[in-house]
Design a protein. Structure first.
Length: 252
């Protein structure tokens, strides 16, 4: 029996690492369509879309953008057309809601930023794009240094997200179980820090002796699962994850 108890934490850690690795495996890499267009008006247009799961899909998206540019602007030069498999910090800021130092417009699956030494000219190009697309797909122009909220649109469901979602759920469950195991096993240490002994009569928050571990288990599961989600899904919002952790505090 003591041998089994000694091996229990090790088994839990091995399962934790295995599930975390499987989550990353099922998710796979993401490819980001990136196109930079130089115009004759001294304004560059930088197109960046959210990550796609297949390189072929990303290449098709890049080709679609490039073909549309050639048709609408024959004099424009496509300086960059690539599918980056690495999520650069600059990409993260461009795709987020954070303010950036240049005008930008949101597209259905990404953004276009207007880069120019002449800030007034870049802003004029941004607003002209908004005016021209007003009757079709809206492309709201956001001036420099202003917050750029995400449009409220239905998310497209991808079947490839199911295994990753199940793995993250399993990871949260394992984390909660492991946290509960540690607190029950080291009850004396838990009681020392919380001043809430399980076998010392009425407690501060309970009329009967109760190990107060539920809240910590929930918080640990949410924290680990959310951290993994933020690591593998770059478009996930860390701000919303923070709100989720805050909402779980009443569990204590």
């Amino acid at each position: 029996m003591p041998v089994k108890k000694a091996h229990a934490p090790l088994v839990a850690v091995v399962l934790f690492v295995a599930v975390a690795g499987a989550t990353h495996f099922f998710h796979g890499p993401l490819y980001y369509p990136h196109v930079l267009v130089e115009t004759q008006e001294n304004v560059s247009l930088e197109f960046l879309q959210h990550g796609l799961r297949k390189d072929e899909t990303c290449q098709a998206a890049v080709a679609t953008i490039a073909d549309a540019i050639r048709v609408s602007c024959p004099a424009c030069r496509i300086a960059i057309r690539q599918c980056s498999g690495k999520f650069e910090p600059a990409y993260e800021k461009l795709l987020s809601e954070e303010p950036i130092g240049m005008p930008s417009s949101r597209l259905p699956r990404g953004i276009v930023a207007y880069v120019s030494d002449n800030k007034a000219l870049a802003l004029a190009a941004c607003r002209e794009t908004e005016r021209l697309t007003g009757a079709g797909v809206p492309a709201v122009c956001y001036p420099p240094d202003t917050k750029r909220p995400f449009p409220v649109t239905p998310q497209r469901f991808e079947s490839g997200e199911v295994p990753a979602g199940l793995m993250i759920l399993l990871l949260a469950c394992l984390t909660s179980v492991f946290a509960g195991h540690l607190i029950v096993r080291y009850e004396a240490l838990h009681a020392r820090w919380s001043h809430d002994f399980a076998h010392a009569g009425p407690q501060k928050f309970h009329s009967a002796p109760t190990p107060r571990i539920g809240g910590l288990e929930v918080m640990a599961g949410l924290f680990v699962a959310g951290a993994v989600l933020l690591a593998i899904e770059q478009s996930a919002s860390s701000e919303q994850f923070g709100y989720l952790l805050l909402a779980s505090l009443p569990a204590f």
